[in-house]
Design a protein around this ligand. Structure first.
Ligand SMILES: NC(=O)c1ccc[n+]([C@@H]2O[C@H](COP(=O)([O-])OP(=O)(O)OC[C@H]3O[C@@H](n4cnc5c(N)ncnc54)[C@H](OP(=O)(O)O)[C@@H]3O)[C@@H](O)[C@H]2O)c1
Length: 334
């Protein structure tokens, strides 16, 4: 049995990006599973922008991470030792593992779920996990995509956005426009993923480009970033256009982040803007995962994974999401 558990805890609340003062690595004895529990070793962490929002002392859809508490995070862990019927050694589990080496899986809570047969840990955290489900339900359920729609996606080379664009094409989008930072990300989403066209927001005027590329307006905007890009999309909304509020990463490091200025476009164009939290869709995951697995197997969906090595590099991995240093889903291999 291992004897030490490394855990990354919140040392102080960040202002802006996470830095050396934000977190601290601690060690403790490896927890001993009681009756009805199993001990699992964390293999992969899912690195999500929302982790940064949990570090703030602000109201959210989950409580803030407390000072001194292990950083909350999804992950995949392998059962080492079990004192319950549900979990057996060697089994891979998905759940809130936290940024640490070992986690206790409690049979009564059932918060840790076995991975489906044949699904790799990185796929379970990426396209068949929360990320892929966010793309799927955000686009289909909240966005109610229709054939022929002009769809615009921001964060288009990221984990969620790259999947949204591909599903939009499968579902018959007339045009899928991706907004991403830099020429190589823009080339990748068009050449490899099948977006019709890309806008490099770092080197072009997004509003002007949208006017050129979407002359009839945007039917569906899937927003991952908020800020000025959201305003540009609102300004170019089609009649009865829909805006899916998935995230607003441009504001997560900014305590003074403001909402959109162009919201009256919704009124003028009879539009709709709706937010969602993917946790509300968990009951419907199996059907969506089955459909997604089919697209993955047939090559209609490609997934990109950006794996960072080592628990101690989890804070750097989180920052990649904000510097745009990632293409596709960021994970840490513990
Ligand atoms: N509603 C939900 O339930 C739910 C669930 C999961 C995720 N989300 C949200 O979905 C969004 C994407 O998450 P993800 O995990 O898929 O991350 P991701 O897209 O893989 O990574 C974030 C990307 O955001 C872009 N970005 C960072 N700062 C930006 C800025 N100031 N302006 C424009 N783009 C910026 C970067 O790409 P560039 O290089 O292109 O700038 C970066 O690669 C986030 O807002 C997240 O909070 C919501």
């Amino acid at each position: 049995m291992p004897d030490r558990n490394r855990r990354v805890v919140l040392a102080e609340r960040p202002s802006g990006m996470v830095d050396g003062r934000t977190v601290r690595m601690e060690e403790e004895d490896v927890p001993v599973p009681a009756a009805g529990e199993a001990l699992a070793q964390v293999r992969y962490l899912s690195i999500d922008p929302t982790i940064r929002t949990w570090m703030d002392d602000a109201p959210g859809y989950l409580p803030p991470i407390a000072i001194g508490e292990v950083i909350r995070s999804g992950g995949v862990a392998e059962v080492l030792h079990s004192n319950c019927d549900s979990y057996s050694p060697g089994q891979l589990l998905f759940g809130l593992t936290g940024w640490q080496d070992y986690v206790i899986a409690d049979d009564a809570e059932r918060a840790m779920q076995p991975l489906p047969e044949g699904v790799s840990p990185t796929t379970a955290l990426g396209v068949l996990g929360i990320t892929g489900m966010t793309a799927y339900f955000g686009l289909l359920d909240v966005g109610r995509i229709k054939e022929g729609d002009t769809v615009v996606v921001s964060g288009a080379a990221g984990a969620t956005g790259s999947t949204v664009g591909q599903i939009a094409k499968i579902k018959g989008a007339g045009t899928a426009v991706g907004i991403a930072g830099g020429p190589s990300k823009c080339a990748w989403i068009v050449d490899e993923l099948g977006f019709d066209v890309a806008i490099d927001y770092k080197s072009s005027n997004v509003s002007e480009r949208l006017r050129e590329l979407c002359p009839q307006g945007i039917d569906l905007y899937f927003d991952n970033v908020g800020g000025e890009i959201l305003d540009a999309c609102l300004a170019n909304l089609a009649m009865r256009g829909r805006v899916v509020l998935c995230g607003a990463i441009s504001g997560y490091n900014d305590p003074n982040a403001r909402g959109p200025a162009n919201y009256l476009s919704l009124l003028i164009r009879r539009g709709r803007m709706e937010g969602f939290i993917i946790l509300d869709y968990v009951d419907r995951f199996p059907q969506a995962q089955a459909e997604m697995a089919g697209w993955l197997a047939s090559g209609q969906i490609k997934s990109a994974e950006h794996v960072v090595e080592g628990l101690e590099h989890a804070p750097d991995a989180l920052n990649l999401l904000f510097t745009g240093g990632n293409t596709g889903k960021v994970m840490v291999r513990v």
